[in-house]
Design a binder for this molecule. Structure first.
Ligand SMILES: O=C(O)C(=O)C[C@]1(C(=O)O)C=C[C@@H](O)C=C1
Length: 257
């Protein structure tokens, strides 16, 4: 989706297909993360070890350093990727690919990662994980980073959704953007029936992906699921879809700049 060129390729259906595929990544990453407890020590500020010139948590340190390395090899040249720590990110040593951008240039200024990080640490982790410290900090942080990047990519895909909706129904969106009417924009871009399907599908996927696979059916015990499907549905209902819609509104408000 990073490159345009052929406008006909950009459709709400193709973007929704990508959102559906991203559900798989998010659910597998949740299953990986919840092998570990919350590990609150990881997120404590300042961290208990002395890191020169750094006053944040151990998790922030690991995440910031990971993003810096990924930035050097071009991760944030892609409009699908949005950094969590954008200050002082090193330039890419890889040249950008030449393509027609799909999004309006103002898309770059839409970034809700601070909110994502806050709800992730304070609400999502306590919901999914056992409250304890097991000392597996580096591995836990690696799982967090994968999951947070997958959530961020999905939520910021709202920019592409909004672009397509704007192109498809410019006459309806334009007056609301000019009036800066957030509530009306939110109403216009919301499809409740689609949201219901998303919630049901992610619960079903959680059930399927979280199943124990055994070779001998006759000895198989009661079906045990690695992740509670109702929690995955709640994750989408309370955070993923509302934040995607927030990104859509923020993008649309800048669409005529
Ligand atoms: O599919 C859309 O139209 C979207 O805007 C995406 C999405 C979602 O986050 O899944 C968000 C808002 C809509 O109400 C339905 C679904």
């Amino acid at each position: 989706m990073a490159c345009g060129g052929d406008d006909n390729k950009l459709s709400l259906d193709s973007i929704r297909d990508s959102l559906i595929r991203q559900e798989d990544t998010i659910i597998f990453n949740i299953i990986e993360r919840i092998k570990y407890p919350t590990n609150p020590t990881l997120y404590k500020q300042p961290c208990s070890v002395n890191i020169p010139d750094f006053s944040g948590s151990l998790f922030q340190y690991l995440f910031q350093e990971t993003e810096a390395l990924q930035s050097k090899v071009g991760r944030y040249l892609s409009p699908e990727e949005n950094p969590f720590f954008s200050n002082n990110l090193p330039d890419s040593i890889i040249p950008p690919t030449k393509c027609t951008p799909v999004l309006h240039p103002a898309a770059e200024s839409v970034n809700v990662n601070e909110k994502i990080l806050d709800v992730y640490i304070n609400q999502i982790l306590p919901l999914f994980c056992k409250e304890a410290d097991d000392g597996n900090f580096a591995t836990t942080a690696a799982c967090d980073i994968h999951l947070l990047q997958a959530l961020s990519r999905r939520i910021h895909y709202g920019k592409f959704v909004a672009e397509v909706k704007f192109r498809d129904c410019t006459d309806e969106y334009k007056p609301l953007i000019l009036a800066k009417d957030r509530d009306a924009l939110m109403k216009l871009l919301t499809f409740e029936a689609v949201e219901e399907m998303v919630k049901k599908r992610v619960a079903k996927k959680a059930m399927a992906f979280g199943q124990e696979v055994t070779l001998n059916d006759s000895t198989a015990k009661e079906v045990k699921c690695k992740v509670d499907p109702t929690l995955v549905s709640r994750l989408y209902d309370e955070w993923v879809m509302p934040l995607t819609k927030l990104v859509e509104v923020e993008y649309l408000l800048r669409r005529l700049d």
